[in-house]
Design a protein around this ligand. Structure first.
Ligand SMILES: Nc1ncnc2c1ncn2[C@@H]1O[C@H](COP(=O)(O)OP(=O)(O)O)[C@@H](O)[C@H]1O
Ligand SMILES: [Mg+2]
Length: 593
C-alpha cells in the first residue's frame, strides 16, 4: 500500500458527500449564504426539482473580485471572527459549501459590491474558469446546473422531481420561519410558485406574519403563545392547542438563534409537556424560537449544521417545559375553532351538488327516497333532542353574557350540549368535558393530599389471574393515595374504598382499566406520569357518561365548571371536549356573506 495525498477536487467531492446530498442541500447552503450576506430579498428558481437548475439571487452585500476568487476555495470563509469557533452568529462558518457544490456540478457565481463592477466566476466539476466582468445589481446570483451528472453513483439516488421539490419547499419553510425579516420568492419550472413577503412591522409581528403566511390564519385561531425571557434564555413561540394536532411531526419547528434545528431531547421535552393533553399518536404543532448567547450553544456538531448542543441542556429543557405548561394552562378552556373543518364541509357540499347534477333518472329518485325515508324514520326518534322551553331561553338571554361558553340551548344525541355565547355557538361533548373536570379535581385534591374516599358498604371482590393480582398489588400504595383501597384476598382482591368522586362507577371495568395501564412501560415512568395515567383512568369512571340526559340547569352548571377547569379544551385522551363555530362562520356556511 502506498499513501497518497488526495487532490483538491477529490477532497472537495468527499466533503460534498457529507453536505451536498440532494438539491435541497444546495438550496440550503446558498440561501443561508444569502441570509448571512444580510439580504432583504431572496429569489429562488428551481427547475426539474433542482436536478436541472437552481438559481438563488439576493440583494445582500455581494463579493468583491478578490473575495469571489476566494469564495470557491476550500476553508475560505468571511464568517469567523479571529478564527473564534466559540462565537458563531452566522448560518455558515466552515467555508465548505461553494467548493463542494463546485466539485459535483457546474456553479456560476455573479456578484457585485456597491462600489465596484460585477464579476463572475464558474466552476465546472472542479475546473475553474477565469474571473471576468459581468454587469449586475448589488448582490449575488448563484446558478447551479448538472448536479451529479458526472457522478452516476450519486445521481441515481436522486428522487423524482416532485419529491426533490417537496424537500426543497420543506427546507425553505424552515429558513423562512427562522428568518422572517427576509422576503422569499420562489419560482418553479418558470412559474411564480410562492412568495413570503416581509411586511413593514416590528420584530415580533414579522415572526407572527411569517407564521400566518406559512401555516394559515387557522393556526393562529387555534394556538397559544409562549413567552419567557431571562438573562440566559429567551423563548418565544406559537404552540398549537392540544386538540388542534397533526398525525405527524412535520409541523414542529425548533429555532435556535435563527437556525431551525432538530433535537430529540427538546422534542421529547415538548411532547412530555403536552402529555396528558394530547391523544395517542397525535403530534402538536409548534414553532418555538430559543435565543441563547452564542457561547452557550455549540452549532458545530453536525455536517448539515442541523443539530446543536447546549452547554446547559437541562436548564433549557426545564424552562421550555414549564413555559409550555404555563401557556397551555392559560389557554385552558379555549375551544377548537372550526373554520378548517368548515372548509371541508364546503367541499362536501360542492361534491354533493355536483353528484346531484350528474345523477339522472331512476337513480336520483331512488336516492331521494332513501334520504326522505331516513328522515322520516329519524324524525320519529325525537328523544334525541331534549326540548327547551321558551322560558329557559328568556331567562338565559337576560343572564350575564360574558361566559366564554355561553348558555346551554339543547342537548342532542344524549351527549352533545349546544350552547350559545355572544359571538357564536359551542358544541360540547359532555363526557369528554366532564372527564377532564373530574381528572383535574382529582389531581388537585391528590396534590393537596385530600382525595376523599368512601368505604364501600359492601366491599367489592374481584377475581384475577395470579399475574394480574401481583401486578395490581404492586401498586397498592399508589392506588391508596388515589383513594382506592385494595387488599389481597387469596385468589381474589378486595376493594374496600374508592374515591368519593367516582361513587357508582363500574369497579370491574375500572380494575381492568388500571391493569391495562400497569405494564412495563408504566413502571418505567416517573411518579408524576404514573399518577396522571392512573388518575385519568379513574376520572373516566367518575364522569357523566354519554347517553345521560341533562336538563338545562345541569348543562349550564357543566359549562361553568368547564370554564374554570385547567386544560378543559380536551379530555384526558386528548380529544377536543368542545368546539366553536362563530356566527360569521355559520353565515358563511349558508353563503350569507
Ligand atoms: N450570497 C453571498 N453573498 C455574499 N457573500 C457570499 C455569498 N455566498 C458566499 N459568500 C462568501 O463566500 C464565502 C464562502 O461561502 P461558503 O462556501 O458557503 O462558506 P461559509 O458560508 O461557511 O463561509 C462566505 O464566507 C462569504 O464570504
Ligand atoms: Mg455557506
Amino acid at each position: 500500500m502506498v499513501i497518497k495525498l488526495l487532490d483538491s477536487n477529490t477532497i472537495n467531492q468527499i466533503a460534498a458527500g457529507e453536505v451536498i446530498e440532494r438539491p435541497s442541500s444546495i438550496v440550503k447552503e446558498l440561501v443561508e449564504n444569502a441570509i448571512d450576506a444580510n439580504s432583504r430579498n431572496i429569489s429562488i428558481k428551481i427547475k426539474d426539482g433542482g436536478k436541472e437548475f437552481i438559481e438563488i439571487e439576493d440583494d445582500g452585500c455581494g463579493m468583491s473580485k478578490e473575495d469571489l476568487a476566494l469564495s470557491i476555495k476550500r476553508h475560505a470563509t468571511s464568517k469567523l471572527e479571529k478564527n473564534n469557533i466559540e462565537k458563531i452568529n452566522t448560518l455558515g462558518f466552515r467555508g465548505e459549501a461553494l467548493p463542494s457544490i463546485g466539485s459535483v456540478s457546474r456553479i456560476r457565481i455573479i456578484s457585485k459590491v456597491i462600489s465596484d463592477n460585477g464579476y463572475q466566476i464558474t466552476v465546472d466539476y472542479g475546473k475553474e474558469k477565469k474571473i471576468r466582468q459581468s454587469p449586475c445589481n448589488q448582490g449575488t446570483i448563484v446558478t447551479v446546473e448538472n448536479l451529479f451528472l458526472k457522478l452516476p453513483a450519486r445521481y441515481k439516488f436522486l428522487k423524482s422531481a416532485r419529491s426533490e421539490l417537496g424537500a426543497i419547499l420543506n427546507l425553505l419553510k424552515k429558513l423562512a420561519i427562522s428568518n422572517p425579516e427576509v422576503s422569499f420568492k420562489i419560482e418553479v419550472d418558470g412559474k411564480q410558485y410562492l412568495s413570503w413577503v416581509r411586511g413593514e412591522s416590528s420584530k415580533e409581528s414579522l415572526f407572527e406574519n411569517r407564521i400566518i403566511d406559512i401555516f394559515g390564519i387557522d393556526f393562529l385561531n387555534n394556538m397559544t403563545t409562549l413567552n419567557h425571557a431571562s438573562s440566559d434564555v429567551t423563548i418565544q413561540g406559537y404552540i398549537g392547542l392540544p386538540a388542534y394536532n397533526r398525525t405527524n411531526s412535520n409541523s414542529q419547528y425548533i429555532i435556535v438563534n435563527n437556525r431551525v434545528i432538530t433535537d430529540r431531547r427538546l422534542s421529547g421535552a415538548i411532547r412530555s409537556a403536552y402529555k396528558d393533553r394530547l391523544a395517542k399518536g397525535r403530534f402538536p404543532i409548534f414553532i418555538i424560537k430559543i435565543t441563547i448567547p452564542t457561547y452557550a450553544v455549540d452549532v458545530n456538531v453536525h455536517p448539515a449544521k442541523s443539530e446543536v448542543r447546549f452547554a446547559n441542556d437541562r436548564q433549557v429543557t426545564s424552562i421550555l417545559i414549564s413555559a409550555i405548561n404555563k401557556s397551555l394552562a392559560k389557554s385552558n378552556s379555549k375551544s377548537l375553532n372550526l373554520s378548517s373543518t368548515l372548509k371541508n364541509v364546503n367541499t362536501i357540499h360542492e361534491k354533493y351538488q355536483s353528484s346531484v347534477y350528474q345523477t339522472q333518472g331512476e337513480m336520483a329518485i331512488q336516492a331521494d327516497k332513501t334520504t326522505y325515508n331516513e328522515l322520516v324514520k329519524n324524525s320519529r326518534n325525537t328523544n334525541d333532542i331534549s326540548e327547551i322551553n321558551d322560558k329557559n331561553i328568556l331567562i338565559n338571554s337576560n343572564q350575564n353574557n360574558n361566559y366564554p361558553l355561553g348558555f346551554a340551548r339543547a342537548q342532542i344525541f344524549k351527549n352533545y350540549i349546544l350552547a350559545q355565547n355572544q359571538n357564536g355557538m359551542i358544541i360540547v361533548d359532555q363526557h369528554a368535558a366532564h372527564e377532564r373536570i373530574v381528572y383535574e379535581k382529582m389531581k388537585l385534591s391528590f396534590h393537596n393530599n385530600e382525595i376523599e374516599r368512601q368505604t364501600l358498604l359492601i366491599p367489592y371482590i374481584h377475581n384475577l389471574s395470579q399475574i394480574d393480582k401481583e401486578k395490581i398489588l404492586s401498586v397498592d400504595s399508589d392506588l391508596l393515595s388515589f383513594g382506592i383501597e385494595i387488599e389481597d384476598f387469596g385468589n381474589e382482591i378486595i376493594i374496600r374504598a374508592i374515591p368519593t368522586l367516582i361513587i357508582g362507577a363500574n369497579l370491574k371495568d375500572l380494575i381492568n382499566d388500571i391493569l391495562d395501564c400497569i405494564n412495563d412501560d408504566f413502571l418505567l415512568k416517573n411518579f408524576d406520569d404514573r399518577l396522571n395515567l392512573i388518575l385519568s383512568r379513574i376520572a373516566c369512571y367518575g364522569s357523566i357518561r354519554s347517553g345521560r340526559q341533562l336538563n338545562i340547569d345541569e348543562m349550564n352548571a357543566l359549562l361553568r365548571e368547564i370554564e374554570v377547569t385547567p386544560d378543559s379544551g380536551q379530555c384526558n385522551h386528548g380529544r377536543p371536549s368542545h368546539i366553536y363555530l362563530s356566527q360569521e362562520e355559520i353565515e358563511k356556511l349558508f353563503e350569507r356573506t
